[in-house]
Design a protein around this ligand. Structure first.
Ligand code: GLA
Length: 384
């Protein structure tokens, strides 16, 4: 096995030809809405995945990750086969690129990520997008950022077997530091919305890991599809708060799932309005409402996550907190007063440890006092 500090040169005896990175993401509100065609509001976290790469003269792909204690994995292009482990994300990417008509040759790959795995912060999408960016650069592929995100999602849906929506890949491909991506997951139209000045975002990873390929996520997705079918609409996105009465005829579980999705879509729209108005309290209230809905109606929270939200809520410096990501473990996101994020996060981690014996981690004590004029921000540059 290669040492965790192995450089590209240590692994392959030469320097990489190119390197690309992609960030993890934290979703502010709009959970389990993407596969229903609805709205989401993610932003990026400072943790990133880096892929270094060099072409090979044959059809072999060699990939090594600093994040798993394993020797490099190998496979032949055109012979991708799911193995049920991390290399599937790499195989998924080369397989969907080939299916989309992009010609590749073999490559040596080194992966290194600071996005914690299974934390609800999109470590898989960060890997897919960083790898797609590196391959785009190495093979001069003509793929813009939105289709690139779609390819990442296809790799995950069709190859890895995780029935995720498009939020994570769109966020990792298009979101920018300290600005939220208000995305319509049906049309893929998006706007960049700065967070209100005077706030810190805090992300706390519970240390309970989740897996989007797990059965619960797929069950929720099927429940939504069934609710939409019974209500006679293509997707739950096609309903809004005026239609809530129509849910009365649904079986109890489906009624609660649909209610979450319809109200969560509305919460995204309301959160964007609150951000534009600089209304931190309203935004925080929407975080709490979203959490309650995920806990009671959508049933994707767990006691450890509820505890983290409750501990954050006890702090008068916190405007709002909620489970972020798919759930069944993972992380919370909280909105706190500017300059208090780290302290709030560390206090929550201490109290959580004392109650549960688990080690949580503060991931983003990042200030979010943002550029008030989003037009001042340049369009996202393509990674080299
Ligand atoms: C996971 C999926 C996303 C989305 C979220 C829940 O992160 O990958 O597509 O469905 O869960 O909002």
């Amino acid at each position: 096995m290669d040492d965790i500090r192995s450089t590209f040169h240590d692994l392959y005896g030469r320097e990489p030809e190119c390197s690309a990175t992609a960030p993890g993401r934290v979703n502010l509100v709009g959970e389990h809405t993407d596969y229903n065609g609805g709205f989401v509001l993610p932003t990026v976290i400072p943790q990133r995945t880096t892929v270094e790469l060099a072409r090979r003269p044959d059809g072999l792909v060699c990939a090594w990750s600093a994040n798993v204690a394993e020797a490099a994995s190998q496979y032949h292009l055109g012979h991708e086969a799911r193995e049920g482990r991390w290399i599937d994300y790499v195989q998924g990417v080369t397989s969907v690129l080939a299916a989309a008509g992009h010609a590749l040759c073999g490559v040596d790959i080194r992966i290194d990520s600071s996005v914690p795995l299974g934390s609800g912060l999109s470590s898989s999408a960060a890997l897919e997008i960083a790898l797609l960016r590196a391959l785009r650069s190495a093979f001069t592929l003509d793929i813009a950022d939105v289709p690139l995100a779609r390819l990442g999602q296809r790799a995950e849906n069709e190859f890895v077997g995780a029935p995720c929506g498009v939020m994570d890949q769109m966020a990792c491909s298009l979101a920018e530091d300290r600005v939220a991506l208000f995305l319509d997951t049906r049309s893929l139209e998006f706007e960049r919305v700065p967070l209100p000045a005077g706030t810190d975002l805090v992300v706390v990873n519970s240390g309970v890991s989740h897996h989007v390929a797990g059965a619960d996520y797929a069950t929720r997705r099927r429940e939504c599809e069934e609710a939409a079918r019974l209500l006679g609409v293509p997707q739950l996105r096609d309903l809004d708060v005026k239609d809530l009465d129509r849910l009365a005829g649904l079986p109890d579980t489906l009624r609660r799932r649909a209610r979450h999705v319809i109200l969560e879509d509305q919460r995204v729209v309301d959160a964007v309005a609150a951000m534009r108005a600089g209304d931190r309290r309203r935004l925080g209230d929407l975080f709490y409402a979203s959490h309650a809905s995920m806990r009671h109606d959508y049933e994707v929270s767990i006691p450890e996550i509820d505890l983290l939200v409750d501990l954050a809520r006890k702090d008068p410096r916190v405007h709002g907190a909620r489970l972020t990501g798919g759930g069944f473990g993972g992380s919370i996101v909280a909105l706190a007063e500017e300059g208090t994020g780290r302290e709030v996060g560390e206090r929550v981690v201490r109290e959580y440890g004392a109650r549960t014996g688990r080690q949580a981690t503060v991931l983003v004590p990042a200030p979010v006092d943002l550029d008030p004029d989003p037009r001042a921000r340049a369009a996202p540059a393509r990674e080299p």
